[in-house]
Design a protein. Structure first.
Length: 144
């Protein structure tokens, strides 16, 4: 395998020659900025929403390719936002990764029942890991 194909296989950043748009719903400014900087540096267009209502609006208006969703949010909880995303025809198919520090197994189960593709713990997830997981999910999506 050539080094060029190896690099592009590891870091697919574009789908159909357009920058991949990602929505990050996170109310902690420092955490949001840490992840945003890495994702943007890796070539993604990143939209940050600081509460659940703003996240719902952004998901509908911006049509992101992927959503990272915290569970503890002001105005509208992450689970309620996820539930609304799944019942809205515009957003129901957008892949969602829960990105939270809440580790209760029932939350993971409920999230999976609402179609999340992964449940990640923020305290255990570096910005680089987040970007790598996004790339992996995008590769799977492109393959189907």
């Amino acid at each position: 395998m050539s080094s060029t194909s190896s690099i592009s296989d590891q870091t697919p950043r574009r789908i159909r020659n357009e920058a991949v748009k990602v929505l990050l719903v996170e109310d902690e400014e420092a955490v949001a900025e840490m992840y945003r900087l890495r994702l943007a540096g890796d070539g993604y267009t990143v939209i940050v929403a600081v509460d659940g209502e703003e996240g719902l609006r952004a998901a509908i208006e911006e049509d992101p390719a992927f959503i990272f969703l915290d569970l503890q949010l002001p105005k509208l909880s992450g689970m309620e936002l996820l539930s609304r995303l799944r019942t809205n025809p515009t957003t129901r198919e957008i892949p969602v990764i829960l990105l939270t520090n809440m580790t209760e197994p029932e939350l993971s189960y409920r999230g999976k029942s609402l179609g999340v593709v992964e449940y990640m713990i923020k305290a255990e997830t570096t910005p680089m890991q987040l970007s790598m997981r996004l790339a992996e999910h995008l590769r799977r999506t492109e393959a189907t």
